[in-house]
Design a protein around this ligand. Sequence first.
Ligand code: PMP
Length: 410
Amino acid sequence: MSIGSTVPSSPWTLAQRAARMNPSIIREILKVTEQPGVLSLAGGLPSPDTFPIEAMREATAKVLAEAPREALQYAASEGYGPLREWVAAQLQRQGQQVTPAQVLITTGSQQGLDLVGKVLVDAGAPVAVEAPTYLGALQAFAPYEPIFTNLAGDADGPLPEALTRLPHDAPGTRFAYLLPNFQNPTGRVMPEARRQALVQAAQAARVPLVEDNPYGDLWFDEAPPAPLAARWPEGVVYLGSFSKVLAPGLRLGYVVAPAELCPKLLQAKQAADLHTPGFNQRVVYEVIKGGFLDRHVPTIRARYKAQRDAMATALSAHMPAGSEWSAPHGGMFFWIRLPAGCNAMALLPGAVEAGVAYVPGEAFYAHAPDARTMRLSFVTLTPEEIGQAVAMLGGVLRRHLTEGLEETTP
Ligand code: PMP
């Protein structure tokens, strides 16, 4: 600003960490795709038809009738006791050794990621991630200024050797962030042997793990193998969520941490928001305490499986030769690698114009993005719409490949 200018310079100075914050590309894309007439395979939104509206209505009335003052008062930062007990019992069923005292209820598991970053990451400290990985975790950790290391992987997940090499490649790695079940964005599930090998490698390398599991209950054929946390309780922080099995608008998730980390995570939680809404916690506990999820989640699985099948059929029919994917066994996403000559980001505007949207895969990489990848969600559209959307997408790709009109990558 030049001297004598009539516009005063800004009184604000942004923190360095603010420079690390980026708008979520998915949210930006959602703005474009929410135009009428666009069939969106972009958003990772659970189907609203699965939200248990009647059960929520009844539980809300019950909480307001039986404990209205307690539900509307400030509450404990750790979370609502009965809900913490429920979570611990549920995780014990999948083989984890968890006490209610280790369960911290969070405002979505997204907050759990932020708290983990706050408590464990210093500026310049290495954090290892899958390539690709969940974009929201990169966003949550980035303000704490880690140096991200990509873990080399294959169709079963990160390679154990990649963890073994961390003390050499990235000494002082604070943790490796892993998504064993129906990963966002690739949809892949880590098989039993890979889980065992990864935990052994992590133990040998003394690299702790952060295991994010919002999709584990959404399996179509068989339940996934036991979580990593069941194999190394003192070396794994585990994150879970009610977003995909009840409703994301509740903003309810949880962190289960080894006892030595619990006090610091709790202090970070207190500073962040005092506590997760006690009202929501009580309502959700009321909904689930009698085994509701055991009846409800199978209906979500059946619905998503039919949508997965519709997408698999449509992809086989319409994708150009040279495209690669494998049908996921759970979760919400297909991950596609396009033929050479396709750049998913560059092709997006033309696709939206044609009436279909997706998320370009490059958003999901900390480093070295693969520009030929894209993520397609199969849970928000009906099977018929999925068929139409994939047909349109196939048309856009074919036109591009035959006419070569769009920007290309080698
Ligand atoms: N982790 C992963 C892998 C996710 O896909 C999501 C939601 N898209 C979250 C965490 C955050 O979920 P929530 O905060 O709704 O629990």
